[in-house]
Design a protein around this ligand. Structure first.
Ligand SMILES: [Zn+2]
Length: 164
């Protein structure tokens, strides 16, 4: 599994958090991600939550492409609404997207990947999803809380954990 880290930054950073796996599976697509993926053959995108730094690159990458997009139902509804507001039959069509709403936790089989996911608490009023693909865990913008720690039993983070 080839993992390309496209960014690790925050919302107003030019390095939006995102990873690309084997040039086909993407997690999160902020506005600064598009220049790094415009030539990739991405077919599946996992979204953690609907903040702009995780989804706004879709308006650039998604038009006229066949994509499968996964996320919690509230996330997908917000993203669909955003894309519909930009839609134009000739210039920006998003009709080839297949939307896959996810529950609070579960597992998926996409391409050759076994993916499990679990909802975590984001700061503020929304939630975010943590994804696990094989031994890779992608977790961003969530407050550390006891309910999702069991999801990460074998994880070792290279960064210090922040506690509230
Ligand atoms: Zn966020």
């Amino acid at each position: 599994m080839e993992i390309r880290v496209l960014g690790t930054g925050g919302g107003f950073d030019i390095s939006n958090s995102s990873i690309l796996i084997d040039n086909t599976l993407l997690i999160d697509i902020g506005p600064y991600v598009y220049p790094k993926i415009k030539d990739a053959s991405i077919s599946h995108i996992l979204l953690t939550h609907a903040h702009g730094d995780h989804v706004m690159g879709l308006w650039q990458y998604a038009p006229f492409r066949d994509l499968h997009i996964y996320g919690e139902k509230p996330t997908l509804e917000r993203v669909k609404s955003f894309l519909e507001s930009l839609s134009d039959q000739e210039l920006l069509s998003f009709h080839n997207i297949t939307w896959h709403p996810l529950e609070e936790r579960g597992s998926l089989h996409i391409l050759n990947y076994r993916i499990s996911y679990q909802k975590a608490r984001h700061t503020g009023e929304i939630d975010t999803l943590i994804y696990r693909i094989n031994n890779l865990v992608y977790s961003t913008d969530n407050v550390e809380s006891p309910e999702h720690v069991p999801f990460l039993p074998t994880c070792r983070s290279p960064y210090p954990r922040h506690r509230k």
